[in-house]
Design a protein around this ligand. Structure first.
Ligand code: URA
Length: 298
């Protein structure tokens, strides 16, 4: 029986959902078939007239100048497509990292840092995420948690750890008498990577100056890295999280050194409930260490 158009669209949609596509990147639909045909002809016409040694005919001497090529035919301009996102190309990663460092250091307060991040275009993740996910909790708290990067729920709400793993983090905090008024929460990368993939080393490097500055400005007395990527990025831990968790280290905020601990990411604990026993030990250690902190001056 021939499929009607609706069936075909339903199949395509089902395929996307199964493949994990759960968000559209733009408001307006784009005809990808038309777009790719136009792009292909534009690319063919713009291809440089390079003659590689391997492609050069045997009869042509190595130092001969290639014959002038006829002017390529100009392709028809592509049909106007609805803009999906900013078309300005982000700067190359090393330039973006330098710009990020300068921008982050120029922030005198957390609010200024948030505003600077809102306007920062150097990280490609900004262009696929719905919004910036800066922080939640109490910036005056003595304890700061740092995760890896926002997921789907965080991308929608604009706050870190509000989805399933966030609910588990809340329960773990509650188990040692804490809540979001007694902890400050952020991520190494403040924009959701598409499909919740792991941020690339380049994306992490670009975002690193911002989270470092965020920690410096929040000035907590204790840092807890949630998961391996956060611990590797901020604490320089090379071991896997299973080995590294529960070991106290130190973090240099830029103005002082504070105790730091790595523990399992709540998302890992949702997948691996056996890890909760170890995580519970870590949270007891956090509670004990918080109780032993010297009183804050003022
Ligand atoms: N995972 C993270 O690392 N951060 C969030 O904010 C949510 C899930």
């Amino acid at each position: 029986m021939p499929l009607n158009e609706l069936d075909i669209f339903a199949d395509i949609l089902a395929f996307h959902v199964e493949a994990g596509v759960d968000a559209a990147l733009g408001e307006a639909p784009i005809d990808r078939f038309k777009e790719s045909a136009a792009e292909a002809s534009a690319r063919a016409a713009a291809r440089p007239a390079a003659v590689t040694p391997a492609a050069r005919p045997a009869s042509v001497p190595q130092n001969a100048q290639p014959a002038p090529r006829p002017e390529p035919r100009r392709p028809a301009p592509p049909p106007p497509a609805a803009p999906m996102m900013s078309t300005a190309a982000p700067p190359p990663p090393d330039v973006a990292t330098v710009e990020a460092r300068e921008a982050a250091m120029s922030a005198p307060t957390l609010e200024a840092l948030r505003t600077i991040l809102e306007g920062f275009d150097g990280c490609p993740l900004k262009h696929t995420a719905t919004r910036l996910v800066f922080s939640d909790g109490n910036p005056q708290a003595r304890l700061m948690f740092v995760g890896e990067a926002p997921g789907r729920d965080e991308d929608i709400e604009g706050k870190p750890f509000v989805g399933r793993s966030g609910k588990l983090l809340d329960r773990m905090m509650a188990a040692i008498g804490l809540d979001r008024t007694s902890a400050y929460i952020a991520n190494v990368v403040p924009w959701r990577p598409p499909g919740n993939r792991t941020p690339t080393p380049q994306e992490t490097a670009i975002c690193l100056p911002f989270i470092r500055r965020q920690i410096e400005l929040a000035n907590p007395d204790m840092l807890v890295c949630l998961g391996g990527p956060s611990a590797q990025t901020l604490l320089g831990i090379k071991d896997g999280i299973t080995k590294a968790r529960g070991r106290w280290g130190q973090y240099d905020t830029g103005t002082r050194t504070i105790p730091a601990l790595a523990t399992f990411h709540p998302a890992y604990l949702l997948r691996t409930p056996l890890g909760k026993r170890m995580a519970w030990r870590d949270f007891l250690a956090i509670s004990k260490a918080l109780g032993e902190l010297p009183a804050r001056s003022t």
